[in-house]
Write a protein that binds this ligand. Sequence first.
Ligand code: ADP
Ligand code: MG
Length: 424
Amino acid sequence: MVSKFKTNKYKPLKLNDLKKFINSKKNLKKLFKSTSNLRVKEVGDGNLNLVFFVENNYNAICLKQPLPYLRVLKDWPLTLKRSYYEYEYFNTHKKYVKNHFPKIYDYDGVLRSITMEKLSPHIIMRHGLIKGIKYNSFAESISTYLAKTLFYTSDLYLNAESKKNFISKFISNTELCKITEDLIFTDPYSVNKNNRWTKPYLNKMKKKIEKDEKLKIVISRLKLKFMKNTDALLHGDLHTGSIMVTKKDTKVIDPEFAFYGPMGFDIGALIANLLMSYFSQTGHERKIGERKKYKKWLLETIKTIWDKFEKKFLKLWETENHGDAYPKVLFKKNSKKMNLEKKMYMQNLFEETVAYAGAKIIRRIYGFAHNIDFEWIENTKVRANCEYKASNLAIEMLKNTYSFKSINDLIKAAKINENMKAKL
Ligand code: ADP
Ligand code: MG
């Protein structure tokens, strides 16, 4: 796999290289009818990569190219191989969920670029949530997305050999996994120069986190699970900034963190980001109570996502259980014991989801990379108030995971924390 890359020929693309690049590739050239009037623009609002749009009146594409370092922190070197995993993630899952990805046109093994459809009029979901826009088709789409991507790459569907082949394809995405291992599971719980939080209001809470041995045991267990578990092929960074939406359509982008890991990590990432959106809403109100209905919609959406996910995942398990796990020959159709086992499986997955969601919230409030949901709240005291409530719930989700028996318990706890007084 690595041998097809010619590292020495890689160079970051400049705006005026793009026309030549497109003309050099038949499959890209033909997307435009004529390439004489192409408009090119660099957009890159992301943290890691170069992103360009190339368009004419006929078509529009998006080209993403990794840089050999982290864009936001140039002294942080980062492998170019990450775009290969991004491309392979799209490739692996496109059989089942291609309507939830941009169309992928090209992967260039030298420049490591991915060329895809430019999504339009889609916007980054996080931006929409900050504005208070409701996406009523989202829960349906993303629950299908989660159920299919997770089920079809698991042992419940694949035979042991295919599953191991998939694992081996993604096993070397170690640098990106290491970012997660440090930034999510270690740094926020220790004293580290990369950490940041809303000072001085959250100083006490940060200290409490550093001193809480039980919390540190829990986060270490989650880290270990993240490192050793190979349940399914995960997106690895499924937050609302990796999802582009319209009212009717949902597209997932940016799977460069793809790896085989615990399913609850992807579901948890999504739920954590919707919860953070919920807790940030009062900070975006122009009038007190303005976002009340919207907050209700957010919680309903979280509940619907889990409920639909569970139903769809179980349906796939019932109808397409071709994998080597729980061999069909061992169980009668509608076996009571097996139905009970499936129930327990989903219960464990729910608890795993709650715990990883808690971890995702803590890292966005006390770690290196923060969310604009909170960051765009200008009044720091108001922001700290929102962040306090979110982190208080997150700590509960981590330390008392088993007290969350169902999605209703999580929704209830979110409301209780939202209505309490923050101790700043
Ligand atoms: P990074 O990993 O550097 O964050 P992303 O894949 O998230 O890169 O892309 C950065 C930004 O580029 C996105 O936030 C989005 O605004 C834009 N973008 C990425 N892919 C597309 C696409 N297919 N269509 C339209 N815009 C896109
Ligand atoms: Mg990214």
